[in-house]
Design a protein around this ligand. Structure first.
Ligand code: NAD
Length: 417
């Protein structure tokens, strides 16, 4: 049976499950079930053959109650209004869990960046940035990289925006190249946060970090650093997958060797010689201590959740486990660290980058990582305390914490916010 739920439907179900525990007025909670601002743009892109192709993009702001909205830009064929709404809402909860002064947003363009040349990608990005500039800005809405975009994309957006307003404005995006005011530690931040929160979860479950076996789904900006940083902490990464399939070695993979291979092969693992090939489904069902889901939403549904054997599931991606699958994993006694806690490292260091960009004063990597570590540990503890107090799972606990923080801000600002 196919998973028929849309991402926003999943996000609303997750919200509703937690909202019943939040003691805030109904009208405030009701307002948080919808996105505050939704921009759809259809725009022409000049292709290499001089033709023009009409593309569709989105920028959705779910909440601005606690500050400017923050969230990534995705280039992927599966980008839809529904998906962007879900991602924007999840960003609100992530920022609130981390206690950052931000609301949530998300944007994207429905396209396959792998089929576009660098010039076409630049044309697309500059035109899309121009279209969404009416709601973007360092004090309004601050994009960052997501699936299919990277530091170079952020450089183009920053340059387009700066040209429009006539001044260098690095704080309009995060995840920029270091040469343009990016932050040290940003590229690995999501993975670093995932590794640290996994260590906290293992400690809580009385499981040793040293030698803990790991399977990682997805080997991009989130999955790859998660894998090698878990390896650095002493874990044994036995399986990794990307869109081309899974790669397995029971004795442990050499994650940096896989990374080296992928970098020389258009960021793909196809043909990696030093591992056994497995399917993505086999990877998900592996008998490992930790399963890190770092690819896309909807990876674990009610269809494959019964086959999951990992003791700990960590959501590096946004929305990889549906609510029905959540229930199955809970019944199986699997401890799940939800996305809105596990992958906050990226937005936390984006926040540090934004501060640095506004002050033109830059931190050392040591300062960035120290502060990131403190926020990861604090957030894990606060969510765990909530889970124990309310006797709920970690996802519901994270949502209670986040919804309460956002609802309080919204209530204090008044009904017009
Ligand atoms: P990316 O494009 O860099 O990497 C995605 C990876 O997933 C690639 O290796 C791709 O091959 C793989 N993949 C795609 N479909 C797959 C499948 N069916 N099975 C296995 N692997 C598959 O994207 P990213 O930035 O690493 O983002 C991954 C997830 O993490 C997304 O859900 C994103 O929203 C979320 N996220 C990203 C960041 C960030 O800082 N980039 C922060 C928080 C959350």
């Amino acid at each position: 049976m196919e998973n028929s739920r849309s991402p926003f439907d999943v996000a609303l179900t997750q919200f509703d499950r937690a909202a019943t525990y939040v003691e805030q007025p109904d009208h405030i909670l009701e307002a948080l079930r919808v996105c505050r601002r939704e921009l759809i743009v259809n725009f022409p892109v000049r292709m290499d053959d001089r033709s023009e192709k009409i593309m569709t993009g989105y920028r959705i702001q779910h909440s601005t109650a606690r500050g400017p909205s923050k969230g990534g830009i995705r280039y992927h064929p599966g980008v839809t209004l529904d998906e962007m709404r879900a991602m924007a809402m999840w960003m609100t909860w992530k920022c609130a869990v981390a206690n950052l002064p931000y609301g949530g947003a998300k944007g994207g363009v429905t396209c396959d960046p792998r089929t576009l040349s660098v010039d076409e990608l630049e044309n697309l990005t500059r035109r899309y940035a121009t279209e969404i500039a009416i709601i973007m800005g360092p004090e309004d809405d601050i994009p960052a990289p997501d699936v299919g975009t990277d530091a170079r994309t952020m450089a183009w957006i920053m340059d387009t925006y700066s040209n429009q307003c006539g001044r260098f404005t690095p704080a309009v995006v995060t995840g920029k190249p270091l040469e343009l005011g990016g932050s040290v530690g940003r590229a690995e931040a999501t993975g670093r946060g995932i590794a640290w929160v996994t260590a906290e979860a293992l400690k809580h479950r009385n499981m040793p970090l040293e030698g803990a076996t790991v399977a990682v789904q997805g080997f991009g900006k989130v999955g790859a650093p998660s894998a090698y940083l878990l390896e650095d902490l002493g874990c044994k990464v036995v399986a990794i997958s990307d869109v081309t399939g899974g790669y397995y070695n029971p004795k442990g993979l050499d994650v940096r060797d896989l990374l080296c291979y992928a970098r020389q092969n258009n960021n793909l693992l196809a043909g990696y010689p030093s591992a056994e090939c497995i399917t993505n489904d086999e990877l998900l069902a592996m008998d490992v201590d930790i399963l890190a889901l770092c690819a896309l939403e909807g990876a674990v549904t009610e269809c494959n959740a019964p086959s999951i054997r990992a003791k700990l599931v960590v959501e590096g991606a946004n929305g990889p486990v549906t609510p029905e699958a959540d229930d199955i994993l809970t019944d199986k006694g699997i401890f799940l660290v939800p996305d809105v806690l596990a992958n906050i490292g990226g937005v936390v260091v984006s926040y540090f980058e934004w501060i640095q960009g506004r002050q033109f004063h830059f931190w050392t990597e040591c300062e960035v990582n120290e502060q990131l570590h403190a926020i990861m540990v604090r957030s894990f503890e606060q969510v765990l305390n909530m889970a124990q107090e309310k006797k709920v799972d970690m996802r519901v606990a994270a949502y209670i914490l986040a919804i309460d923080r956002v609802a309080r801000a919204q209530a204090l600002r008044g009904p017009c916010v």
